[in-house]
Design a protein around this ligand. Structure first.
Ligand SMILES: C[S@@+](CC[C@H](N)C(=O)[O-])C[C@H]1O[C@@H](n2cnc3c(N)ncnc32)[C@H](O)[C@@H]1O
Length: 206
């Protein structure tokens, strides 16, 4: 994939960067790591690895115009994979200002035109999200089981007739796994798949 070649130097630089930024935690982040973090450590602990990025890309790529919502941008690497799989747009939400700036820089340097990066909390964003419809939702922030269930409820009116929802880190904590088990019995979704790291929910005939 051509964009992967373009992304590679940025990935290498990020993996090795000892530059520190002040991270503001709006979710259930690691208390152990503290707020002043190297880019390298954020990449290691928060960013989905290339195998999962390719997997998400492949899930979308043949469906052409897919409107995507990513909840939790971090440094923006998964966002780039999502953006390159669709002729539609990726809306990505990140509350931490310093982390958002890193991702925005990456999108600008790569000149990706179909990413709308939003620097806000998920809750604030939901205040006007009902006007939009998404075909693909990647939920990868605020790893708290009750919060995840609440976000999914709030997102239901914004799900297109056929929608795929990826819930990341379903085994991150007992609370996350309890939430996943509740989603498994939610009749709103026509299919549920447990991929161990992620759970996939399908609405309609995806
Ligand atoms: C696991 S990382 C996202 C990784 C990214 N999807 C990837 O694969 O590269 C989670 C991100 O969600 C952000 N986040 C957590 N809780 C949030 C909230 N309530 N509102 C907005 N952003 C939040 C964090 O600041 C963090 O950068």
């Amino acid at each position: 994939m051509k964009f992967e070649d373009e992304l590679l130097p940025f990935r290498e630089e990020t993996k090795n960067s000892k530059r520190k930024i002040e991270v503001t935690d709006f979710g259930a982040g690691s208390k152990r790591l503290g707020n002043s973090r190297t880019i390298q450590s954020i990449y290691k602990t928060s960013v989905a690895n290339r195998k999962w990025q390719r997997f998400m890309h492949q899930l979308i790529v043949d469906k052409k115009t897919v409107e995507i919502l990513e909840m939790g941008t971090s440094l923006g690497f998964s966002t780039v994979y999502l953006s390159q799989a669709t002729k539609g747009k990726v809306t990505t939400i990140e509350a931490c200002p310093a982390t958002y700036d890193e991702a925005k820089n990456l999108f600008d340097k790569l000149e990706v035109s179909n990413i709308e990066a939003v620097n806000d909390t998920f809750s604030n964003y939901f205040e006007d999200v009902e006007k939009k419809k998404f075909d693909f939702i990647y939920l990868d922030g605020h790893h708290d089981g009750e919060a995840v269930l609440q976000y999914i409820e709030q997102l239901k009116p914004s799900m297109a007739q056929s929608t795929l929802i990826l819930v990341d880190d379903i085994r991150w904590s007992a609370g996350m796994f309890a939430a996943w088990n509740k989603l498994l019995v939610d009749d709103y979704f026509s299919e549920k798949n447990d991929l161990f790291r992620m759970g996939i929910l399908k609405k309609g005939n995806v």
